[in-house]
Design a protein around this ligand. Sequence first.
Ligand code: NDP
Length: 436
Amino acid sequence: MGRGCASPAATSYKARRAAPGRMRGARVIVSGVVQMSKVLVIGAGGVGSVAVHKMAMNSDVFSHITLASRRRAKCEAIAASVEQRTGVNIETAELDADDVSATVALIERVKPALVVNLALPYQDLAIMDACLQGGVHYLDTANYEPRDEAKFEYSWQWAYQDRFREAGLMAVLGCGFDPGATSVFATYARKHLLDRIDTLDILDCNGGDHGHPFATNFNPEINLREVTAPSRHWEDGRWVEGPALSNKQVFDFAEVGPRNMYLMYHEELESLARFYPEIRRIRFWMTFGDSYLKHLEVLSNVGMTRIDPVSFQGIEIVPLQFLKALLPEPASLGAVTRGKTNIGVIATGLKDGEQKTVYVYNVCDHEEAYAETGSQAVSYTTGVPAMIGARLMLTGAWSGAGVFNMEQLDPDPFMAQMNSQGLPWQVRELPAPLTF
Ligand code: NDP
């Protein structure tokens, strides 16, 4: 179905059993304690699939789930898996979320308390507009990106601050793992472990092996835009830029082992720098294998990672979008990926006048994630935080009117949920700050 002709008509996958005391209304109090709510999830990729599976496992809060995406068949495949794994029936709908009026129509029909946007960053503003028109709260996992330029900045979404505040609605931005849990880890460290943070390093290691010479673990278009962008970190009140993938360090990750990691720009650097002006230096590191980098170099050199349209035999194609069509679907990697991810933050600062370095991190096993939800750990570590953020909003543990980044919200209920929802974290005190 092409853009602009979305069908907001959703079909009940099966009538959901109404348990005693349950209502399918937008937001109700059950037994005076738990609020149960309807949620509309947009995007039936790897992250959307994990989030919806986990919501179904949390049906005490998520009373009714509708999954909408560009292709209905993908929603239905996820719905079938959710029913088989959890016994919960969810509704599905076909939706082109670039079409604001189609999303508003779906919101009016479903009457959700919250829209969870797990489509692509290109849809963020259209879905935020639809939430304002439909009068519902909003949550996403990645900041808005224009299609024709890699920006990775929050300016467009921060511009919605007044509109959400005046409407009395809450928009939570970047509630995945990174961005997401990493900012929560930093906020937790600042609240409980350090009186002041001087330097912060975010370390993202995927120690998984999917057996393909080249594939990306989440949407290839977004992933390759991110990796090929110049590196940038925050230091002494300004951004310091360098060539992409030019600063390599080795780090020994718990339960994974030593890996090469590279300095990169990542979107939470912007919100951390804004909400923690005390931090002198903030950096982001991600691990890459040699085979991935070799392929990436060749693909970049021949122009296959370009995001501007080129003319080919009379038609315009965007090379990166064409490359995406050739690569394995990230969702298909789940069954074949072995190993673990380790993502965390290292913060150095002062505690009771003494210098202290703390490391807060989570290790997630690809095979365990797949066994539980049918998706590998990269989707799992994003979809679970999205579900947790949605849960906290629906139960009122997180509330407010306006646009919020993760650094602005209480980390404690989020950290507690991570432990009980499959993403347990550890805190280690390191003997010394990082030396690189
Ligand atoms: P996928 O590409 O696997 O899934 C995206 C889904 O959105 C697809 O089902 C796609 O439909 C659907 N979609 C795309 N355009 C539209 C549209 N116009 N209307 C409705 N649906 C649409 O991506 P992922 O699941 O890997 O990632 C989802 C989001 O999570 C992305 O924004 C990504 O950047 C973010 N992310 C965040 C991370 C974090 O830690 N914060 C980490 C990883 C990802 P179709 O199937 O038809 O293509």
